[in-house]
Write a protein that binds this ligand. Structure first.
Ligand code: TXA
Ligand code: MG
Length: 322
């Protein structure tokens, strides 16, 4: 049976109890829905991996609700990282830092680092505070599939397995957090909802791995975030739909008419990248369910949030990207 409950103080208290007793709860953040368990309970964390069918080598992000809990999780925080924390937390920025002894190996997949973030979502923050422990939480989707931006998306993929889904409505940013390696030089591990340009305003140049280089973040596999239908990135004017093929279009800006497409999803009619990012996964979910043979995706400008959008589209296409 799938248990979805609308967020309320009572439901958050119930969810916190489930977490304390070793259960697994799906909850909204400002980016996508997360699948959370106590970061200090290895067995509960193991269930998260099982439910997601996630490979054990891919570490989880630990979510906290107060900065002082950082000292439970990591050591050696460089001064410039404090600047980022002050400016961007709570928010869609995940920091990879040297881990403390207390963090179980299963959370970090045996690495000596831990990824931490403080989500900017009141339901998530209250849940973490009520549970009294940081939450290890990946996105609440099956491994390699589309990330969930509504409680229904969670229910469709893993609803039977989780102890409770807290419905907090649509997540407002819609793409995952930006992941930054903070051990030596600051280095981008995953482009995300916080544009690199914003980070650079605070800490100066950030290293961006070259396209096609070996991913340093174990979760950055070339094919990831994929809909179950093949996807191809191509400019709409260059698309030729073969006879008898049911094609869908994921357009960036508004389009006149359907053209040769069975279904068209527009990410932002006025071409605003923030709106496009927020709509990305929901639009892909709808295209995935429209009985198509192929989805054509229009490229978006690769600046600001466009970098995260193109990263997810390339992953969906199954090609290497930066
Ligand atoms: O917005 C988000 O970040 C969402 C919400 C739920 O917070 N979470 C999310 O988690 O996207 P997940 O597990 O789907 O992605 C976490 C990424 C993966 O690419 C993983 O490999 C990387 O962070 N990561 C985690 N720990 C790491 C570590 N110690 N070193 C390098 N990369 C790490
Ligand atoms: Mg994920």
């Amino acid at each position: 049976m799938i248990k979805i409950k609308k967020a309320s103080d009572r439901v958050i208290k119930q969810a916190a109890r489930i977490i304390r007793e070793g259960g697994v709860v799906a909850f909204p953040t400002e980016t996508v829905y997360g699948l959370g368990a106590s970061a200090f309970n290895p067995e509960s964390v193991a269930r998260v991996f099982e439910i997601k069918k996630r490979p054990w080598f891919d570490p989880l992000i630990v979510h906290l609700s107060q900065v002082k809990d950082l000292k439970l999780l990591c050591r050696k925080i460089p001064p410039q990282v404090w600047l980022l924390i002050e400016k961007f937390w709570p928010g869609p920025l995940t920091l990879v830092l040297k881990k403390s002894q207390q963090v179980p190996e299963i959370v970090t997949a045996g690495l000596d680092t831990v990824a931490v973030r403080m989500p900017a979502n009141q339901i998530a923050l209250s849940l973490i505070t009520e549970a009294g422990v940081p939450l290890a939480a990946p996105s609440a989707n099956l491994f390699g599939r589309l990330s969930p931006t509504t409680a229904r998306h969670v229910a469709e993929q893993i609803g039977e397995e989780v102890d409770l889904i807290i419905d907090g409505g649509r997540t407002h940013l819609g793409v995952e957090s930006t992941v930054l390696d903070c051990q030596n030089d600051l280095r981008l591990l995953r482009p995300g909802a916080l544009p690199v340009e914003e980070l650079e305003k605070v800490v100066g140049k950030i290293k961006i791995p070259l396209p096609g280089s070996r991913p340093k973040s174990p979760g950055q596999l070339p094919k990831h975030y994929a809909p179950s239908v093949p996807l191809k990135i191509v400019k709409p004017e260059e698309i030729v739909v073969p006879c008898g093929v049911k094609a869908g279009l994921l357009a960036f800006r508004s389009k006149k008419g359907q053209g040769p497409f069975k279904k068209v999803e527009v990410l932002s009619s006025s071409g605003v990248l923030r709106e496009a990012a927020a709509n990305l996964f929901a639009a892909l979910h709808r295209l995935e369910q429209a009985g198509l043979d192929i989805i054509y995706a229009e490229p978006v400008p690769e600046e600001g949030l466009g970098m995260a959008i193109m990263d997810r589209l390339r992953k969906a296409e199954g090609l290497k990207s930066r």
